[in-house]
Structures are given as C-alpha cells and as structure tokens.
Design a protein around this ligand. Structure first.
Ligand SMILES: [Zn+2]
Ligand SMILES: [Zn+2]
Length: 102
C-alpha cells in the first residue's frame, strides 16, 4: 500500500534555479550537492536510452561539459531516474603539456 511517501524529485521543491524544463526531463541545481542535476520528468527508475541521449545533448548545449563529469550514482533516491553533473577538479598542469617557450 502506498503511504504518504512523496518523492522529492517529483515534488522538486527543494531545488533552486532551473536550467532546462521540458516534457521529458528537467535540469536544476541540486541543493544537497550544489551541482546541476538532470531529472526524468516521469517517476521511473530507468530512462529509455533515447531520452538519456537527449539529456546528454541538452547538457552539452547548456554546460561546458569539458568542465563536468557525469555522475550516474544515485545514493539516496533509487526509484526516480536522475544524474548529477559534478565539476571536474582543476588540473592545470600536466607533465605532457609542457610547452617550451623561445
Ligand atoms: Zn544531489
Ligand atoms: Zn519521483
């Protein structure tokens, strides 16, 4: 029997600004993690591949994906498909990219 459980991703009240909103999914800042989060509009544990492709496409158009890693691990909510975009750690200097100046 379904109780009063309310899925926080369906309510989405704790979220701040939205980057993207359409009939399939939305993107907003996750206030818990302080990073952008992509959430399937429907309350389902899995998203069809074509929607995931669409999500990734919108991510590319909205964010500089060179600066983000996609984190598909769902630690708290397992029954509503979502993933986070985690900013990559800055690695300014790599040994391979030493450019000799003349
Ligand atoms: Zn989060
Ligand atoms: Zn939900």
């Amino acid at each position: 029997m379904v109780s009063d459980y309310e899925c926080p991703l369906c309510k989405a009240e704790y979220l701040s600004r939205r980057y993207h909103d359409c009939s399939l999914f939305w993107i907003a800042d996750c206030v818990t993690c302080k990073v952008p989060m992509v959430v399937l509009e429907e309350h389902k544990a899995d998203a069809p591949q074509w929607i995931v492709d669409e999500m990734l496409q919108v991510c590319k158009g909205t964010f500089d994906m060179d600066k983000y890693d996609i984190d598909f691990t769902n630690k708290t909510i397992h029954d509503h498909y979502h993933f986070h975009l985690r900013p990559k750690k800055e690695e300014e200097t790599t040994a391979d990219e030493e450019q000799p100046e003349e």
